[in-house]
Design a protein around this ligand. Structure first.
Ligand SMILES: NC(=O)c1ccc[n+]([C@@H]2O[C@H](COP(=O)([O-])OP(=O)(O)OC[C@H]3O[C@@H](n4cnc5c(N)ncnc54)[C@H](OP(=O)(O)O)[C@@H]3O)[C@@H](O)[C@H]2O)c1
Length: 271
Protein backbone atom coordinates (compact mmCIF):
# COMPACT_ATOMS: atom_id res chain seq x y z
CA UNK A 1 0.00 0.00 0.00
CA UNK A 2 0.97 3.64 -0.28
CA UNK A 3 0.67 5.34 3.10
CA UNK A 4 1.05 9.06 3.91
CA UNK A 5 2.29 9.74 7.43
CA UNK A 6 1.81 13.35 8.61
CA UNK A 7 4.20 14.04 11.49
CA UNK A 8 6.71 11.53 10.10
CA UNK A 9 9.72 13.04 11.87
CA UNK A 10 8.20 12.97 15.37
CA UNK A 11 8.86 10.68 18.35
CA UNK A 12 6.10 8.36 17.12
CA UNK A 13 6.13 9.14 13.42
CA UNK A 14 9.71 8.09 12.71
CA UNK A 15 9.10 4.69 14.33
CA UNK A 16 5.86 4.25 12.39
CA UNK A 17 7.55 5.07 9.08
CA UNK A 18 10.24 2.44 9.82
CA UNK A 19 7.66 -0.23 10.75
CA UNK A 20 5.52 0.45 7.68
CA UNK A 21 8.54 0.35 5.35
CA UNK A 22 9.79 -2.89 6.90
CA UNK A 23 6.35 -4.35 6.13
CA UNK A 24 6.88 -3.46 2.45
CA UNK A 25 4.68 -0.36 2.21
CA UNK A 26 5.60 2.73 0.25
CA UNK A 27 5.55 5.66 2.70
CA UNK A 28 5.20 9.39 2.01
CA UNK A 29 6.90 10.87 5.08
CA UNK A 30 5.23 14.28 5.47
CA UNK A 31 6.32 17.15 7.72
CA UNK A 32 7.03 20.88 7.44
CA UNK A 33 10.61 20.27 6.32
CA UNK A 34 9.31 19.05 2.95
CA UNK A 35 6.67 21.77 2.63
CA UNK A 36 3.69 19.99 4.21
CA UNK A 37 2.04 22.12 6.89
CA UNK A 38 -1.11 20.64 8.37
CA UNK A 39 -1.88 23.83 10.29
CA UNK A 40 -1.89 26.27 7.37
CA UNK A 41 -2.91 23.66 4.79
CA UNK A 42 0.19 23.76 2.59
CA UNK A 43 1.04 20.59 0.64
CA UNK A 44 -1.42 18.32 2.49
CA UNK A 45 -3.46 17.27 -0.54
CA UNK A 46 -0.36 16.73 -2.69
CA UNK A 47 1.18 14.49 0.00
CA UNK A 48 -2.03 12.43 0.09
CA UNK A 49 -2.27 11.86 -3.67
CA UNK A 50 -2.60 8.17 -4.53
CA UNK A 51 -2.34 6.98 -0.92
CA UNK A 52 -4.49 4.16 0.42
CA UNK A 53 -4.05 5.25 4.03
CA UNK A 54 -3.43 8.65 5.66
CA UNK A 55 -2.05 8.75 9.21
CA UNK A 56 -2.22 11.85 11.42
CA UNK A 57 0.53 11.85 14.04
CA UNK A 58 1.33 15.57 14.08
CA UNK A 59 1.69 17.34 17.37
CA UNK A 60 1.87 20.69 19.07
CA UNK A 61 2.91 20.34 22.71
CA UNK A 62 1.05 22.99 24.70
CA UNK A 63 -1.19 23.11 27.75
CA UNK A 64 -2.75 26.33 26.53
CA UNK A 65 -6.35 25.35 25.80
CA UNK A 66 -6.82 27.88 23.00
CA UNK A 67 -3.60 26.89 21.20
CA UNK A 68 -4.30 23.16 21.55
CA UNK A 69 -7.88 23.48 20.26
CA UNK A 70 -6.73 25.70 17.41
CA UNK A 71 -3.85 23.42 16.30
CA UNK A 72 -5.63 20.07 16.53
CA UNK A 73 -8.90 21.26 15.00
CA UNK A 74 -7.21 22.98 12.03
CA UNK A 75 -4.74 20.16 11.38
CA UNK A 76 -7.30 17.38 11.63
CA UNK A 77 -9.83 19.24 9.49
CA UNK A 78 -7.32 19.79 6.69
CA UNK A 79 -6.08 16.18 6.78
CA UNK A 80 -9.68 14.89 6.79
CA UNK A 81 -10.41 17.07 3.72
CA UNK A 82 -7.40 15.53 1.95
CA UNK A 83 -8.75 12.08 2.84
CA UNK A 84 -12.11 13.04 1.30
CA UNK A 85 -10.32 13.79 -1.98
CA UNK A 86 -8.97 10.21 -2.04
CA UNK A 87 -12.18 8.20 -2.28
CA UNK A 88 -11.87 4.95 -0.31
CA UNK A 89 -8.67 5.92 1.50
CA UNK A 90 -8.50 4.92 5.15
CA UNK A 91 -7.79 7.56 7.80
CA UNK A 92 -5.86 6.81 11.00
CA UNK A 93 -5.86 9.33 13.84
CA UNK A 94 -3.25 8.91 16.57
CA UNK A 95 -4.78 9.99 19.85
CA UNK A 96 -4.15 9.44 23.55
CA UNK A 97 -5.95 7.07 25.90
CA UNK A 98 -7.76 9.22 28.48
CA UNK A 99 -11.08 9.17 30.29
CA UNK A 100 -13.62 11.94 29.58
CA UNK A 101 -13.15 13.50 33.06
CA UNK A 102 -9.54 14.41 32.14
CA UNK A 103 -10.75 16.96 29.62
CA UNK A 104 -12.85 18.76 32.24
CA UNK A 105 -9.79 20.13 34.02
CA UNK A 106 -8.90 23.69 33.01
CA UNK A 107 -5.22 22.83 33.54
CA UNK A 108 -5.24 20.23 30.78
CA UNK A 109 -5.93 22.16 27.59
CA UNK A 110 -3.86 19.71 25.58
CA UNK A 111 -6.31 16.88 26.24
CA UNK A 112 -9.19 19.12 25.19
CA UNK A 113 -7.35 19.59 21.90
CA UNK A 114 -7.02 15.82 21.49
CA UNK A 115 -10.70 15.29 22.28
CA UNK A 116 -11.63 17.84 19.62
CA UNK A 117 -9.25 16.17 17.13
CA UNK A 118 -11.07 12.83 17.61
CA UNK A 119 -14.44 14.55 17.22
CA UNK A 120 -13.41 16.22 13.96
CA UNK A 121 -12.35 12.89 12.45
CA UNK A 122 -15.48 11.10 13.63
CA UNK A 123 -17.61 13.83 12.08
CA UNK A 124 -15.76 14.18 8.76
CA UNK A 125 -14.59 10.65 7.95
CA UNK A 126 -17.06 7.78 7.31
CA UNK A 127 -16.80 5.23 10.13
CA UNK A 128 -15.91 2.39 7.75
CA UNK A 129 -12.78 4.33 6.74
CA UNK A 130 -11.64 5.57 10.16
CA UNK A 131 -9.34 4.09 12.80
CA UNK A 132 -8.89 6.11 16.01
CA UNK A 133 -5.76 4.66 17.57
CA UNK A 134 -5.50 5.72 21.22
CA UNK A 135 -2.16 5.08 22.86
CA UNK A 136 -1.34 5.31 26.55
CA UNK A 137 1.57 7.61 27.46
CA UNK A 138 5.03 6.66 26.27
CA UNK A 139 8.14 6.11 28.39
CA UNK A 140 9.70 8.93 26.36
CA UNK A 141 7.12 11.37 27.79
CA UNK A 142 8.70 11.05 31.26
CA UNK A 143 11.84 12.60 29.80
CA UNK A 144 10.09 15.57 28.26
CA UNK A 145 7.97 16.19 31.39
CA UNK A 146 10.94 16.33 33.75
CA UNK A 147 12.02 19.76 34.96
CA UNK A 148 15.53 19.64 36.37
CA UNK A 149 16.79 22.19 38.86
CA UNK A 150 20.34 21.49 39.98
CA UNK A 151 20.43 18.16 41.81
CA UNK A 152 16.63 17.80 41.69
CA UNK A 153 14.24 16.72 38.94
CA UNK A 154 10.56 17.54 39.32
CA UNK A 155 8.08 15.18 37.65
CA UNK A 156 4.26 15.35 37.84
CA UNK A 157 2.76 12.37 39.65
CA UNK A 158 0.63 11.13 36.76
CA UNK A 159 -0.48 7.50 37.01
CA UNK A 160 0.09 5.78 33.67
CA UNK A 161 0.19 2.44 31.92
CA UNK A 162 3.08 3.53 29.71
CA UNK A 163 4.70 1.80 26.77
CA UNK A 164 7.56 2.56 24.37
CA UNK A 165 6.64 4.81 21.43
CA UNK A 166 8.25 2.22 19.16
CA UNK A 167 5.86 -0.43 20.50
CA UNK A 168 2.83 1.80 19.95
CA UNK A 169 4.06 2.39 16.39
CA UNK A 170 4.55 -1.35 15.80
CA UNK A 171 1.00 -2.02 17.02
CA UNK A 172 -0.39 0.73 14.78
CA UNK A 173 1.46 -0.69 11.75
CA UNK A 174 -0.13 -4.10 12.50
CA UNK A 175 -3.59 -2.51 12.78
CA UNK A 176 -3.09 -0.69 9.46
CA UNK A 177 -1.96 -3.90 7.76
CA UNK A 178 -4.99 -5.80 8.97
CA UNK A 179 -7.35 -3.00 7.86
CA UNK A 180 -8.76 -2.33 11.33
CA UNK A 181 -11.42 0.36 11.80
CA UNK A 182 -13.14 1.83 14.86
CA UNK A 183 -11.22 2.51 18.05
CA UNK A 184 -8.15 0.63 19.27
CA UNK A 185 -6.45 1.37 22.60
CA UNK A 186 -2.91 0.26 23.42
CA UNK A 187 -0.90 0.41 26.65
CA UNK A 188 2.12 -1.01 28.43
CA UNK A 189 2.41 -4.10 30.61
CA UNK A 190 2.58 -2.27 33.98
CA UNK A 191 0.70 0.48 35.81
CA UNK A 192 3.18 2.95 37.23
CA UNK A 193 3.68 6.70 37.51
CA UNK A 194 5.76 9.29 35.69
CA UNK A 195 8.21 9.98 38.57
CA UNK A 196 9.09 6.25 38.83
CA UNK A 197 9.62 6.06 35.07
CA UNK A 198 11.76 9.22 35.07
CA UNK A 199 13.82 7.89 37.99
CA UNK A 200 14.43 4.59 36.19
CA UNK A 201 15.50 6.43 33.03
CA UNK A 202 17.84 8.70 34.98
CA UNK A 203 19.16 5.80 37.03
CA UNK A 204 19.90 3.80 33.90
CA UNK A 205 21.96 6.71 32.64
CA UNK A 206 19.65 7.11 29.69
CA UNK A 207 18.70 10.65 30.54
CA UNK A 208 20.28 13.61 32.25
CA UNK A 209 19.33 17.17 32.91
CA UNK A 210 20.13 19.76 30.27
CA UNK A 211 20.93 23.41 30.98
CA UNK A 212 17.39 24.46 30.11
CA UNK A 213 15.94 22.00 32.60
CA UNK A 214 14.76 19.38 30.11
CA UNK A 215 15.98 15.82 30.57
CA UNK A 216 17.99 14.56 27.63
CA UNK A 217 19.71 11.46 26.38
CA UNK A 218 23.05 10.56 27.92
CA UNK A 219 24.63 11.45 24.57
CA UNK A 220 23.93 15.11 25.37
CA UNK A 221 25.18 14.92 28.92
CA UNK A 222 28.91 15.12 28.35
CA UNK A 223 30.30 18.49 29.40
CA UNK A 224 33.86 19.58 28.73
CA UNK A 225 36.16 20.31 31.66
CA UNK A 226 38.18 22.66 29.46
CA UNK A 227 41.13 20.31 29.00
CA UNK A 228 39.51 18.03 26.52
CA UNK A 229 38.03 15.50 28.96
CA UNK A 230 34.31 14.92 29.26
CA UNK A 231 32.50 14.31 32.54
CA UNK A 232 28.94 13.14 33.22
CA UNK A 233 26.42 15.42 34.88
CA UNK A 234 25.20 14.28 38.28
CA UNK A 235 21.98 12.27 38.07
CA UNK A 236 19.29 14.37 39.74
CA UNK A 237 17.00 13.09 42.49
CA UNK A 238 13.41 12.81 41.28
CA UNK A 239 10.82 14.77 43.27
CA UNK A 240 7.22 13.72 42.48
CA UNK A 241 4.95 16.74 42.08
CA UNK A 242 1.38 16.04 43.22
CA UNK A 243 -1.24 17.01 40.66
CA UNK A 244 -4.92 17.51 41.36
CA UNK A 245 -7.64 15.60 39.54
CA UNK A 246 -8.09 12.40 37.56
CA UNK A 247 -4.55 12.13 36.17
CA UNK A 248 -3.27 11.25 39.64
CA UNK A 249 -5.86 8.44 39.84
CA UNK A 250 -7.02 6.37 36.85
CA UNK A 251 -7.85 9.15 34.35
CA UNK A 252 -5.19 7.99 31.90
CA UNK A 253 -5.58 4.22 32.35
CA UNK A 254 -7.51 2.63 29.48
CA UNK A 255 -10.15 0.02 30.41
CA UNK A 256 -9.15 -2.94 28.24
CA UNK A 257 -6.25 -2.02 26.01
CA UNK A 258 -4.11 -4.18 23.77
CA UNK A 259 -0.89 -4.63 25.72
CA UNK A 260 2.72 -4.26 24.68
CA UNK A 261 4.91 -6.89 26.32
CA UNK A 262 7.96 -4.61 26.55
CA UNK A 263 8.56 -3.46 30.13
CA UNK A 264 10.37 -0.26 31.10
CA UNK A 265 13.46 -2.28 32.13
CA UNK A 266 13.52 -4.12 28.81
CA UNK A 267 13.13 -0.88 26.89
CA UNK A 268 15.97 0.73 28.87
CA UNK A 269 18.25 -2.21 28.05
CA UNK A 270 17.67 -1.81 24.32
CA UNK A 271 18.37 1.94 24.13
N1 LIG B 1 3.74 11.59 24.17
C1 LIG B 1 2.91 10.60 24.48
O1 LIG B 1 3.09 9.91 25.50
C2 LIG B 1 1.75 10.30 23.55
C3 LIG B 1 0.96 9.18 23.84
C4 LIG B 1 -0.11 8.89 22.97
C5 LIG B 1 -0.36 9.70 21.88
N2 LIG B 1 0.42 10.80 21.65
C6 LIG B 1 0.10 11.60 20.45
O2 LIG B 1 1.04 11.28 19.45
C7 LIG B 1 1.08 12.35 18.51
C8 LIG B 1 2.52 12.56 18.08
O3 LIG B 1 3.28 12.94 19.21
P1 LIG B 1 4.89 13.00 19.14
O4 LIG B 1 5.36 13.12 20.55
O5 LIG B 1 5.39 11.91 18.25
O6 LIG B 1 5.08 14.40 18.44
P2 LIG B 1 6.44 15.17 18.17
O7 LIG B 1 7.63 14.34 18.50
O8 LIG B 1 6.30 16.51 18.78
O9 LIG B 1 6.42 15.31 16.58
C9 LIG B 1 5.45 16.09 15.97
C10 LIG B 1 5.46 15.81 14.48
O10 LIG B 1 4.47 16.66 13.90
C11 LIG B 1 5.08 17.43 12.88
N3 LIG B 1 4.43 18.73 12.84
C12 LIG B 1 4.26 19.62 13.84
N4 LIG B 1 3.58 20.70 13.42
C13 LIG B 1 3.29 20.45 12.10
C14 LIG B 1 2.60 21.18 11.10
N5 LIG B 1 2.04 22.39 11.34
N6 LIG B 1 2.50 20.64 9.86
C15 LIG B 1 3.05 19.44 9.59
N7 LIG B 1 3.70 18.69 10.49
C16 LIG B 1 3.84 19.21 11.73
C17 LIG B 1 6.56 17.52 13.28
O11 LIG B 1 7.38 17.71 12.14
P3 LIG B 1 8.02 19.11 11.73
O12 LIG B 1 8.28 19.86 13.00
O13 LIG B 1 9.25 18.66 10.99
O14 LIG B 1 7.02 19.73 10.85
C18 LIG B 1 6.79 16.12 13.81
O15 LIG B 1 7.00 15.22 12.74
C19 LIG B 1 0.44 13.56 19.19
O16 LIG B 1 -0.79 13.83 18.58
C20 LIG B 1 0.23 13.11 20.62
O17 LIG B 1 -0.94 13.63 21.18
C21 LIG B 1 1.46 11.10 22.44
Amino acid sequence: MQITVYGATGTFGHHLVAHLRSRGHSVIAAHRGIGVDTYNGEGITEAAEGSDVLVDCVNRMTNNRHKALDFFSRSSRSIAMAAAENPGAAMVCLSIAFRPEVTRSKLLGYYQGKELQERVYRRLVPSDQLLVFRSAQWFELAQSMTIAAGPLAFVPKMVVRALAADEAARMMAEAIDSGERGTVEVAGPEISDMPSIAAAILGAGAGTAGRDGAVRDARDSEVSDGVGRGRRRRVPTVIPVPIPGPMSRDGLIPDSPRLSGVTLDEWLRTR
